[in-house]
Design a protein around this ligand. Structure first.
Ligand SMILES: *Cc1c(COP(=O)(O)O)cnc(C)c1O
Length: 402
């Protein structure tokens, strides 16, 4: 008997919501309201509330969201923006599209998120201070570093307190990339309270690409912020730089959120807490199942974190062989991401060498994303465990023969 476990099941949630979603489409057709309008405003209001922020501005994608957030928060062309090498390229594309240059700080292998100690060391030892602005100037690029983009990777929040402390000391703008972290929570010791991902930096970017924890039925994204100035600037940027039709204060972009997607997202948002809770449960089950399995490192969750498990990423030796074995057993897996950004061909111009970000480089060969979605069954997870153990066992045998 062959089991088949997809890496991701996008169909089932939509079957369950089909009537409600079709109704959204019907309303959209009958009112001929396709871009902007009450559906967009309604979703923005709901999502702002969900994220505990004053403003949400719907945009065309997560990439738009990062780009608009950076520009609106005051990143200027020619500056440097720090982020991690282990993120989806959209993070750094958006930095480049804002006219800035990405610069990388390695991540912490326990959380997969930016290593604050390395960020501090970078600012302290690899930068000079700009005489006029007092901001750090990167020795590597000769540019002013104006912002940092912490990425809540795989749905696990970044340890934000030390980031904000450094940002305060070095006048850095903080834009959260929350594209994988809808609903994730972080306990701030500074504030003595749990905070939602997307409510901690000056602004944050969300993606509603279909595979994300909250996904549209197409492309969509949003910027969240509690700064009304940033919110209105993003509103202009997404709509050709106009606050009033045909009065363009700046050159902007076509980066609006479709009314149809907004309506679909609003319907799905009502389920997000349940879906996230289901992911958290499945993460706990994986942890329990793998607790005694040597050779598989499961992600840990610090006490200050309530992650939402966009992905469940384990570390293994001989990853490619294991991935192939699981594939033969009908189990879909992924690698997020196989090549760290600083070694991508697209970023050769940045001049990073192999060896410059060792954690990113080593873990890129070990990480494996296991099936993770709200309707994953216990049977599915046991089958994943069984298959992985079998594969590890086979390796042990082969090693004994050799
Ligand atoms: C998905 C994603 C993005 C980009 O979102 P799109 O909607 O695909 O443009 C940016 N950053 C991260 C970390 C992502 O996972």
């Amino acid at each position: 008997m062959t089991n088949k476990i997809a890496f991701l099941d996008l169909a089932t949630p939509h079957v369950e919501l089909e009537e409600a979603l079709v109704e959204v489409f019907r309303t959209s057709l009958r009112t001929a309201s396709f871009v902007g309008g009450p559906a967009v405003e309604g979703f923005e209001e709901d999502f702002a509330k969900f994220c505990h922020v004053g403003h949400c501005v719907g945009v065309g994608s997560g990439t738009d969201a990062v780009r608009f957030a950076l520009i609106a928060a005051g990143v200027n062309p020619g500056e440097s923006v720090i982020t991690v090498p282990n993120t989806f390229i959209a993070t750094t594309e958006a930095i480049s599209q804002a006219g800035a240059v990405p610069e990388f700080v390695d991540f912490d292998e326990g959380t997969y998120n930016i290593d604050c100690a390395k960020l501090r060391a970078y600012l302290e030892t690899q930068c000079d201070t700009d005489r006029h602005s007092g901001k750090p100037v990167s020795r590597r690029t000769g540019r002013v570093i104006s912002a940092v983009v912490p990425v809540h990777l795989y749905g696990q929040p970044v340890d934000m307190d030390p980031i904000l402390e450094l940002a305060g000391a070095y006048q850095l703008i903080v834009i959260e990339d929350a594209c994988q972290a809808h609903g994730a929570e972080y306990f701030s010791h500074r504030e003595q309270t749990w905070q939602k991902a997307g409510s901690i930096g000056q602004a944050a970017a969300f993606s509603f690409y279909p595979g994300k924890n909250l996904g549209a039925c197409g492309e969509a994204g949003a910027v969240t912020t509690s700064d009304p100035g940033i919110a209105s600037k993003v509103q202009m940027l997404r709509d050709h730089g106009q606050a009033r039709k045909y009065y363009h204060e700046i050159e902007g972009y076509n980066g609006r959120l479709d009314a149809l997607q907004a309506g679909l997202l609003r319907t799905k948002l009502a389920r997000l807490l349940n879906w996230n809770a289901a992911r958290q449960e499945r993460a706990e089950i994986y942890r329990r199942l793998f607790a005694d399995v040597d050779g598989v490192i499961v992600p840990s969750e610090p006490s200050w974190s309530r992650g939402v498990y966009h992905l469940f990423v384990v570390r293994v030796q001989q990853r490619d062989k294991i991935q192939q074995y699981l594939k033969e057993r009908g189990i879909g897996t992924g690698i997020h991401y196989p090549i760290p950004l600083h070694l991508q061909k697209a970023y050769r111009r940045l001049g990073y060498q192999k060896g410059s970000l060792p954690v990113a480089e080593q873990l890129a060969d070990e990480i494996l994303s296991l099936p993770m979605f709200p309707t994953l069954t216990l049977g599915n997870q046991e089958y994943v465990l069984e298959s992985l153990m079998e594969c590890l066992g086979l390796q042990a045998t082969a090693a004994t023969w050799a």
